[in-house]
Design a protein around this ligand. Structure first.
Ligand code: UDP
Ligand code: MN
Length: 295
């Protein structure tokens, strides 16, 4: 029996508004779960999360300490903690759910019923499905993905993170793309492992991960539409607009950091009106949540 949920991650107070808005946009169809590290959030933030989500699941803060240089290159030093989202691959952590759609806290669903369509894309025995990244289309964006939690998969990922080739961008995306290499659809050699000092390999043995657990599928881009796509390919946005399910504000500009006019709309001069429109849609859900909680 499939038991599905949506899940997100919040490691600090700054992403609570984003997560609560995401949860509100998904409400009604499938359980919505938030992963949080213990002692990382204020009492007020925790109260918001307990109200907005069906479940709050505590996971250790998993910080990647091996790739600070890559994160600096990405310009996002704060993203060393995004490894924490990898706990969704653990069957133990996600119990009783055995199919999970992870969505970053800086995203929202346009319609909760449409968003559940995401689960249909984990087909042909795939354990993992994600959509292309707009920065490099042979790479998937890990802000939205569907997976089947499995302890074998989780242990293998953990080993790759701690002892294997690690992450090429310092975040979970650079680790997951190396791990699920079949996603790109063409042969890629195993990535180089980190050179070890001396000739003795002192690493713990690599856990066995059956090849079928690494089977991947592709998600339509409509489940992870980023503002940069709106910026670079407007005709495609118009063509696929009616199928758009999830908008993801990947990058520096999050809706909750934007100034608003007195009428509630957002627009700054570095932002096209199409992107401002996506921010306004996020704020509409946010305002609806605020109103609902006042009653
Ligand atoms: N996140 C968090 N606290 C942080 C940074 C990130 O909780 O300080 C979580 C949050 O769920 C966020 C995700 O990790 O959506 C990935 O970070 P972000 O979305 O900012 O990365 P981007 O999509 O811009 O690459
Ligand atoms: Mn994101």
């Amino acid at each position: 029996m499939e038991s599905r949920c949506f899940a997100t991650l919040v490691t600090n107070d700054a992403y609570v508004d984003g997560a609560a808005t995401l949860a509100h946009s998904l409400r009604g169809c499938v359980s919505v779960v938030v992963l949080v590290p213990p002692n990382a959030l204020s009492q007020a933030s925790l109260a918001v999360l307990y109200r907005a989500f069906d479940r709050v699941v505590y996971v250790p803060l998993w910080s990647n300490t091996r790739n600070a240089a890559q994160l600096a290159l990405l310009g996002r030093p704060e993203l060393h903690i995004t490894y924490s989202k990898l706990f969704v691959f653990s069957a133990e952590v996600m119990h009783p759910f055995n199919v999970v759609a992870f969505i970053d806290a800086d995203a929202f669903a346009l319609d909760p019923v449409h968003a559940t369509g995401i689960f249909q894309h984990l087909h042909d025995g795939a354990s993992f499905a994600a959509a292309a990244d707009v920065g490099w289309p042979d790479i998937f964006n890990s802000g939205v993905f569907v997976c089947r939690p499995s302890n074998a998969l989780f242990e293998a990922l953990k080993w790759e993170a701690d002892y294997g080739s690690g992450s090429f961008d310092g975040g979970d995306q650079g680790l997951l793309n190396r791990f699920f290499r079949s996603w790109a659809g063409f042969h890629q050699d195993e990535p180089h492992e980190v050179p070890l000092d001396g000739s003795v390999d002192s690493r713990p043995p690599k856990p066995h991960c059956p090849q079928e657990l690494k089977r991947t599928a592709r998600l339509p881009f409509t489940f992870n539409v980023t503002p940069s796509a709106v910026y670079s390919y407007l005709p495609a946005v118009k063509e696929f607009q009616s199928n758009m399910s999830i908008v993801h504000f990947a990058g520096h500009d999050k809706p909750w950091t934007q100034a608003r006019f007195t009428d509630g709309t957002v627009w700054n001069r570095n932002m096209s009106s199409e992107i401002a429109n996506l921010h306004n849609m996020w704020w509409k859900i946010r305002d609806h949540l605020t109103e609902t909680w006042k009653q």
